[in-house]
Design a protein around this ligand. Structure first.
Ligand code: ADP
Ligand code: MG
Length: 253
């Protein structure tokens, strides 16, 4: 199976705190990897490093076989410049807990903005694509609504369409339902389910254990900056080996 993302020995510290302490992770084409783990275990740092929002201290990351997280300068590798980070970020889609839509743009404009301004795509073609994406997330009737006119679940679905609009090789979701009222969680998880069924390659950080069990091809448990356990949902949920994972699951399921 072809690896879309390959991370090995990835380390990231904030001051003296080792947020990622040697992470190895491979994500195959079409695979859905769900990341679980206690607060502070490094889940957000992991996906933020893939999205070039954080630079890594050591290790390597490859996207479609290309080294990312570094750039070549005078024959040597160095950490990414802001411009280099922006260029590599274009191949990755990310959805945050907070939707961060542009408040003064309609749903449609929120989706077309990056492809038109950053990727310099044709506006008419981008709009056609954006409408199809908004329909795909169930918002075909909300194209011209502003964020304040949309529910949290609808805003998060716009954010998902926006991330998809740059045609990313991999989609990263960092607790996409944690900021939502409970009754709005399912509509967003439903969209994620659909994307998984369509064969999108994705990493989903979530505390929604039922969702993880159902949708994950592989489930990864992090603790203190390391991947402690990794396996099929049946293995991770049905037969946890480490006491820490057992304790975590007893608190969250
Ligand atoms: P999780 O998403 O699993 O809750 P994070 O990746 O956000 O964990 O954080 C891992 C650790 O790194 C935590 O101890 C957190 O406080 C620390 N951390 C994360 N981002 C920063 C930052 N920008 N500056 C300092 N410490 C950070
Ligand atoms: Mg987090």
């Amino acid at each position: 199976m072809k690896a879309v993302l390959r991370m090995s020995g990835v380390r990231k510290a904030f001051g003296t705190h080792q947020a990622l302490d040697g992470v190895d992770l491979e994500v195959a084409e079409g695979e859905v990897v769900v990341v679980i783990g206690p607060s502070g275990s490094g889940k957000s740092t992991l996906v933020r490093c893939v999205h070039q929002l954080e630079s890594i201290d050591a290790g390597s990351m490859y996207l479609d076989g290309d080294l990312i997280g570094y750039e070549e300068h005078r024959g040597r590798l160095r950490p990414l410049s802001p411009r280099g980070a922006a260029a590599q970020r274009r191949r990755v889609g990310m959805v945050f807990q907070q939707f961060n839509l542009f408040p003064h743009f309609t749903a449609l404009r929120n989706v077309t903005e990056a492809p038109v301004r950053v990727h310099r795509r044709d506006r008419a073609e981008t709009e056609r694509d954006a409408i199809a994406l908004l329909e795909r997330v169930g918002l075909g009737d909300r194209l011209h609504h502003y964020p304040r006119q949309l529910s949290g679940g609808q805003q998060q679905r716009v954010a998902i369409a926006r991330a998809l609009a740059v045609r990313p090789r991999i989609m990263l979701f960092d607790e996409p339902t944690s900021a939502l009222d409970p009754e709005l969680v399912d509509e967003v998880l439903g969209v994620l389910r659909g994307l998984a069924a369509d064969g999108l390659t994705m990493i989903v950080v979530t505390h929604e254990m039922a969702f993880a069990r159902e949708v994950a091809d592989r489930c990864v448990f992090m603790e203190a900056g390391r991947i402690v356990e990794s396996g099929t949902p049946a293995e991770v949920f049905g037969n946890p080996r480490s006491p820490r994972l057992r304790a975590f699951l007893s608190r969250h399921t």
